[in-house]
Structure formats: C-alpha cells, structure tokens
Design a protein around this ligand. Structure first.
Ligand code: SAH
Length: 394
C-alpha cells in the first residue's frame, strides 16, 4: 500500500483555479506551509483531495501541482510524462537539419520545476528547486527508461544551494565543444560551463527566419549578441555582413568559434566587445546603416553604474536603433522578461517609433516554439515575445 502523503491545505479562495488546471502554487494560497521533500496531497479546507504535487521554493511560487488525479507519483507516473513529451516531439527527432531542442518543458509537459534539453545525443536537465532535485534519481531513472539511447546527461542546479551550477550526472562526457545543428547551422556548445551552453534554444524559430529569408543580402546588426547565434544564422541565410555587439569579453572568442565551425571567415563579420548604447553612439557618428537590427537583451543588466531593464528601457533601444536603420529596414524586437506582458512590450516599442517619427509595421510575431510546450491554463509561462517590424519607406 502507498504510504500516507503529507497534506497541504489550499485556501478555498484559491481552490478553483487549481481544479481548472493552473499548476503553480503561491505562498499566500496555502494555509500551512510545512517544509517537506515528500510529494504531498493538496486538500481543501474540508480536507477533500484536490491534487498531488509538491512544495519547493523557487523564484516563482512555492510548489507545483503534478496531477489532479489521486495517483501515485512514482516511476510509472514519470515514465508516462516523458513518453508523452517524446511523442509530441517526434517531428523534431526525425528532422535531418536540427539535432538540438527542448524535450521536456516543466509544467507545460506536466512536471513544474524541471526542464530537459536535447543536444545531439546528450541531455541537459535543469532543476529549479530543491524538492524536485531531491527526487532526481527516481526521475532520471524513469527518463532513461524512455530515452535509453541518451549518451550522457548533465545537470544544471538552478536553485539556491551549495551545489555547483553544472555537473556531469550520467554516461559519457560530451566533447568540448559539442557541435549541434539547428536548421543546418552548426553551434559549438559546452554542456558543463555554468548554467548556459552557448545557445538559447527557445529562439530557434526566430533564428530560422534569419536562415530562410529575412537576412538574405542584408547588413545585420546583432545587439546583446552573447555567442553570436543570431549573427551566424544570418550569415548562413546570406547576410552580406553581420555586426555582433556584446559587453562580455568572452563573447569575442565564443562568437569567433561559431563562425569558424560553420566555415565562415570574419571578413564580413565584425565582433565588438562593447556596451550596446556606446555602439549606438559610435554607429550614428560614423553614419552606419543596417537592414536588420536584432535587439534581444537580458531582462535586467548592470554595466558599472548604469542599469538596464527591459521593463523600463526597451524603448530606448528602439529609439537608438532608428537613426541607423536603413530604408525598409527590419527590427527584430525580442524579450524573455516575464514581468513584461506582450501588450506592454508592443506599446513601448511603438511609442518609440512614434517619438522618432518613423513609421514601421508589424510583420510577424513569435512566442515560444512548440518544443517549449506551455500550459494553456498558465499563460505567464509563455515568456518569449518577439515582434518583427519593418520600416515603411517614405
Ligand atoms: N541575444 C543572445 C542572448 C543574449 S544574453 C542570443 O540569442 O544568443 C544577454 C547578453 O547581453 C549577455 O551576453 C551579456 O553579456 C550582454 N549584455 C548585458 N548588458 C549589455 C550591454 N549593456 N551592452 C552589451 N551587451 C550586454
């Protein structure tokens, strides 16, 4: 018989949204927060079963609903979740030109607090709270039942603890770099360097647009370029030149490497280790013009005394882009800031167009791709917003 699970009482005022599928528990919604690593039964104030789940503190919320059915949270449960997620990604697994994507997206696939990414035969699992981490052996055993072909696994420990940010967990170690491909563009990735690997997989659709048309014959400026992933995609898509700008010193070597693994020389591809706003001033002074400008900053960044946040300053990025945007130029405006809803993001951008007296129309908008499956009852989890505008010629 299954052992008795600890019970956690959900307030009546919050109960209904969970019954309708909302997965994230917040502190103010439960009556008695007891610290436990066990799976718990969430019950209502009359002690009636609501859901199975767990408590685990992370940057958002204090726990997750795992099942509205009163089923054991065991091997079988996890195997089913991984199998379903695998099936839903079969087109990705069959793809000839992409071998890196997300294979399990937390609450979108039914288990909040963890994600798994696939990198050409290897898996990278991220744990977002200590409770789910505590159960990792059970979870990864189940994972390997569904993915026996996985060569090696790395873990990213993304919660407060003394654990390293990254460690090798299972199987063979990946080569460094591990070359992966997306839309036939190769990327040098490092699976064991802190939380990041060198590529943000949630942007593969947008990079795909640069590969298959948007960048052809264009001069592309990539701000906040990190390892230059957008620049390399643009080069692959026939850009006449690319310019990558990032403040971090490491971005220079990393970006050079991405061009090198794709066989590009750097003749038409410039890389500047520089503050974005300094680059805008420089480019304006030099009279440079670009046909495509990519603006994908971190939600929040500090450079010395200067603080940048998407919520406050995204409009400045747009305003500074306008003087160097060529006729019919394209702006790819992107943010992963979950505190900035799409409507607000769009308003900030369009206000800057107005103040700059530049007419632009919205060509396309993108959000998370299908492999980053989201829970339809939990809209905030679709954090990615990408709006592509084109300047209307006078
Ligand atoms: N657009 C990238 C990811 C950006 S990650 C991609 O798709 O791969 C955020 C990057 O912004 C980091 O590499 C960081 O070094 C850089 N950054 C932060 N503040 C900056 C600033 N003021 N100027 C230029 N780059 C900055």
């Amino acid at each position: 018989m299954e052992k008795q699970m600890p019970k956690v009482t959900i307030k009546n005022s919050a109960k209904n949204k969970f019954l309708h599928g909302y997965p994230l528990i917040r502190k103010e919604e439960v009556l008695d927060v007891q610290v436990t690593n066990d799976w718990v039964d969430f019950v209502d104030e009359k002690d009636r079963f609501i859901a199975k789940g767990y408590l685990g503190e992370q940057n958002k919320g204090i726990g997750w609903i795992l099942s509205l059915k009163n089923v054991p949270i065991d091997h079988h449960f996890f195997i089913q979740k991984f199998e379903q997620a695998k099936q839903e990604r079969s087109t990705y697994f069959y793809s000839q030109d992409t071998d890196t994507f997300r294979i399990f997206n937390g609450e979108g696939d039914g288990i909040g607090g963890m994600t798994v990414d696939y990198y050409n035969g290897y898996a990278v699992v991220s744990w977002y709270n200590a409770t789910i981490y505590h159960h990792r052996q059970l979870i990864m055993d189940s994972f390997l039942k569904v993915y026996p072909e996985i060569i090696g696994i790395y873990e990213k420990n993304r919660f407060k603890s003394d654990l390293p940010e990254s460690n090798h967990f299972y199987g063979r170690k990946a080569p460094e770099p591990l070359i992966v491909k997306e839309n036939n563009v190769q990327f040098a990735t490092y699976l064991n360097e802190g939380w990041m690997t060198g590529i943000f997989l949630d942007q593969h659709e947008v990079r795909g647009r640069l590969v298959d048309g948007l960048a052809m014959g264009k001069r592309v400026l990539n701000m906040f370029s990190y390892t230059g992933a957008f620049s390399v995609a643009a080069a692959f898509g026939g850009a006449s030149s690319t310019t990558s700008v990032d403040l971090a010193k490491r971005s220079l070597e990393k970006t050079k490497e991405q061009f090198a693994v794709n066989g590009f020389t750097l003749e038409n591809h410039k890389i500047h280790v520089m503050d974005t706003f300094d680059y805008f001033r420089y480019a304006k002074k030099k009279g440079l013009q670009f046909d495509v400008i990519v603006l994908d900053p971190p939600s929040f960044a500090r450079n010395g005394k200067k603080v940048f946040s998407v919520a406050k300053n995204y409009g400045d990025l747009i305003a500074d882009s306008l003087p160097i945007l060529a006729e019919k130029g394209i702006i790819i405006a992107s943010t992963n800031a979950s505190n900035v809803p799409l409507a607000k993001f769009q308003k900030m951008i369009e206000k800057s167009f107005q103040s700059g007296q530049v007419k632009c129309h919205l060509l396309e908008s993108h959000h998370l791709p299908a492999d980053f499956k989201t829970n339809s009852h939990y809209e905030e989890s679709d954090y990615l917003k990408v709006l592509i505008y084109q300047k209307v010629s006078k």
